[in-house]
Design a protein around this ligand. Structure first.
Ligand code: NAD
Ligand code: DAU
Length: 351
């Protein structure tokens, strides 16, 4: 089969990557999508079951840190573009073990940049799209928003590793002319997120009548974006964004953690047919995350004005869809929290 494009997506078996791969495969049957993933605890091929038999899909298991492997891969497929999502992504784990974040997020990104730079030579029609986070901008007070020109101020090992990778991607653009785009997004939620992150952890704990650990005073604030909206934004920016540019992506949907968890408690009680107020009794305030960023909020007006992108789903609807998905997909939840994955599921901060 002849394809119009061959795109390397890294981290396509993870949470956001699997939504993006599904979207690209179904929206662009004329593109060949090669999903490179190491299948860490966070990567799961079950996330891609609905599309794994499509003729334009290829899975390659491998590590982005492995330069020789990447060289062979670029020779084999002759990619015209890369959408880079592979990363260690959980802040708490970066506090417990920073090294794997340095290896994958920094060294792995440079290995990929080198592979693209070496293999492409002529940059015409090529693109290296780097998927990043709003955490590179640091922490906000009660007011204000992160824009694309906000100075970087990463404060956790995770965000420092992502900031470093962003700088390196930009450095390859400025130094070698590599065509790049970066997007920095706020907190995603939805199906297939590993249940170590706030929303799926809370849903799973409510289901199992386990304590709901709220770090510190619970007034830390995040901007939440439906994962499908993030995938749609990446698709749009990939096709219509300007080379060398950065785009902020956000949900315009800020919640203090405690308020979000309370809403989730109501929704899950309702879905499980439990008496109102049952889940809220499980809320337990625990020791704070070290260096916890107080507030993130994104100004996504550049994306709206230049590419006409807006989030499609707002909070309650998205939370309800998410809770329903986790409750309907107990088998998936069981797989990722048991067997070989179990050690990774163990909480680092005991309740
Ligand atoms: P995730 O942890 O769910 O998935 C990461 C994927 O990368 C997994 O499939 C894992 O197996 C793979 N991977 C890890 N190390 C690898 C390596 N060395 N080589 C190859 N594959 C490797 O992460 P996610 O939440 O889907 O995040 C994806 C990207 O989006 C990350 O770069 C993250 O920084 C960024 N991001 C995430 C959020 C969010 O809210 N989750 C928000 C903004 C940006
Ligand atoms: O902002 C984008 C970032 O969002 C991404 O780059 C990261 O990959 C992603 O993990 C996410 O980081 P956060 O640290 O904001 O997400 P997390 O779900 O871990 O935590 C959300 C908030 O909830 C945060 O203030 C910490 C708090 N929290 C989290 C957990 C897991 C709790 O209070 N209790 C918990 O058990």
């Amino acid at each position: 089969m002849n394809f119009d494009r061959t795109i390397l997506v890294t981290g396509g078996a993870g949470f956001i990557g699997s939504h993006l791969v599904q979207r690209l495969l179904t929206n662009y049957p004329n593109y060949r999508i090669v999903n490179l993933d190491k299948l860490t605890y966070a990567g799961n091929l079950e996330n891609l079951r609905e599309v794994e038999d499509l003729p334009n899909y290829v899975f390659e298991k491998g590590d982005i840190v492995d330069a020789a492997f990447l060289g062979d891969l670029f020779n084999k497929y002759d990619f015209d573009s890369v959408i880079h999502l592979a990363a260690e992504s959980h802040v708490d784990r970066s506090i417990a073990n920073p090294m794997s974040f340095i290896e994958t997020n920094i060294v792995g990104t440079v290995a990929l940049l080198n592979a693209a730079k070496y293999h492409w030579k002529d940059f015409e029609g090529k693109l290296f799209y780097h998927v990043s986070t709003d955490e590179v901008y640091g922490s906000l007070g009660e007011t204000g928003f992160f824009t694309e020109t906000t100075a970087y101020d990463p404060r956790s090992p995770y965000s420092a590793s992502k900031a470093s990778s962003d700088h390196l991607v930009r450095a390859y653009h400025h130094t070698y002319g590599l065509p790049i785009i970066i997007s920095n997004c706020s907190n995603n939620y939805g199906p297939y997120q590993f249940p170590e992150k706030l929303i799926p952890l809370m849903i799973n704990n409510i289901k199992n009548n386990k304590p709901l650990p709220i770090y510190g005073d619970g007034k830390y604030t995040r901007d939440w974006l439906w994962v499908g909206d993030h995938a749609a934004a990446i698709d749009l920016i990939f096709h219509e964004g300007e080379t060398g540019e950065t785009y902020n992506i956000g949900g315009n949907n800020e919640w203090k953690n405690i308020d979000l968890v309370k809403i989730l408690c109501q929704i899950v009680d309702e879905l499980l047919d439990r008496p109102a107020g049952s889940a809220e009794k499980l809320i337990t305030f625990v020791k704070d995350r070290p260096g916890h960023d107080r507030r993130y909020a994104i100004d996504a007006s550049k994306l709206k004005e230049e590419l006409n992108w807006e989030p499609s789903i707002q909070a309650e609807e998205g939370l309800r869809k998410t809770a329903k998905w986790y409750l309907d997909n107990s088998e998936w939840l069981e797989h990722v929290t048991s067997g070989a994955y179990k050690e990774y599921y163990t909480k680092m901060y005991e309740v």
